[in-house]
Design a binder for this molecule. Structure first.
Ligand code: AKG
Ligand code: FE2
Length: 309
């Protein structure tokens, strides 16, 4: 593997962490990729420390309005699974680490894109309570929530703060499912999985597999500290209970390629698909929500900028 010019702005150690051509082919075929050690132990420990300060109430800024489907755990919700969106925006300590160029460069290779921007960041905490129902993440793929995005290349980087294995309820991929054709047009899936009936989602997975003549092969991602699990926006994934006795902590960093933009996507009930960004980001010249607004969707990797442009 030879690094291109822009990638030579990375250190030699970082370049060695870029996915090889075989890795990129694997991602295209399977819909997931487990990286090498993209974050040092110090960086992961800094993420964990910044997260503690975030939970203690530290913010560098707050969202000016509350978007309709915002995930925003607070103390009053108790010991359920915590989800907090927009942490890269609200907390500079978290944001700075999440914008590590190497992470963007890895994503750019996987997605075969020239530019990678943040789409969303969700801070996740699964409490160490083995029977806690909210710890179960039902089968879904992220594109279901991103129908107002034009891109089919979007992807997610799942970044745990510690070794993350099956006993913690690690993220689990349905191998190759990003290449499945979808049955029918039940666009109620555009609702967040937290709002949906769980057995309905298990059934949906089985039906989709059958429709594609595919076997459901579940791959629990065993992720060493500092490594990152990537998945394509159409790869089905979910996760089970945390029976480890320790909290499972992670950030799910949703990424968009440079070409992604808001698109008009009518749903069956006559309304248009929307995303939380739509009430936050600036508008494009023709009045659409701008998914390239650097305030909310900062660039973390761009081939040209790396050459000084
Ligand atoms: O927390 C998990 O296990 C799944 C998170 C998730 O759905 C994602 O990263 O897209
Ligand atoms: Fe997801």
């Amino acid at each position: 593997m030879t690094a291109t010019d822009y990638e030579s702005t990375l250190t030699a150690e970082e370049q060695a962490l870029l996915p090889s051509d075989d890795d990129v082919r694997h991602y295209a075929e399977h819909g997931w990729y487990l990286s090498g050690k993209v974050f040092t132990d110090d960086e992961v420990d800094a993420l964990a420390a910044a997260t503690q300060r975030y939970y203690d109430g530290e913010r560098d800024r707050r969202l000016p309005v509350r978007p309709p489907k915002l995930a925003y755990w607070e103390q009053s919700l108790g010991p359920v699974q915590r989800h907090n969106d927009y942490v890269h925006h609200e907390h500079d300590g978290l944001g700075a680490i999440l914008r590590k160029p190497l992470l963007g460069a890895v994503a750019a290779r996987l997605a075969q894109a020239d530019e990678i921007r943040v789409f969303q960041s969700t801070l996740i905490y699964k409490p160490p309570i083995s029977g806690e129902p909210s710890n179960i993440v039902p089968w879904h793929f992220d594109k279901h929530y991103w129908a107002s995005s034009s891109s089919e290349k979007m992807l997610t980087a799942f970044i745990p703060f510690h070794d993350c294995g099956e006993e913690m309820g690690t993220i689990t991929m349905v191998d190759g499912s990003h290449r499945w054709k979808e049955i029918g047009a039940d666009d109620t899936v555009v609702r967040h999985f937290a709002d949906r009936d769980r057995s309905q989602l298990e059934e949906m997975l089985a039906e989709n597999a059958a429709y594609n003549g595919a076997e459901i092969r579940k791959i629990p991602m065993v992720i060493p500290k500092g490594h990152v699990s990537f998945h394509h926006c159409r790869t089905y994934h979910g996760s089970g209970p945390n029976v480890s006795g320790r909290p499972r902590q992670a950030i799910s960093l949703h990424l968009q390629d440079g070409d992604n933009a808001w698109r008009e996507y009518p749903l069956s009930d006559g309304t248009l698909a929307a995303y939380n960004h739509d009430v936050l980001v600036r508008r494009t010249h023709d009045g659409r929500p701008d998914y390239a607004d650097p305030e909310y969707c900062p660039v973390i990797w761009r081939h040209r900028a790396q050459q000084g442009g």
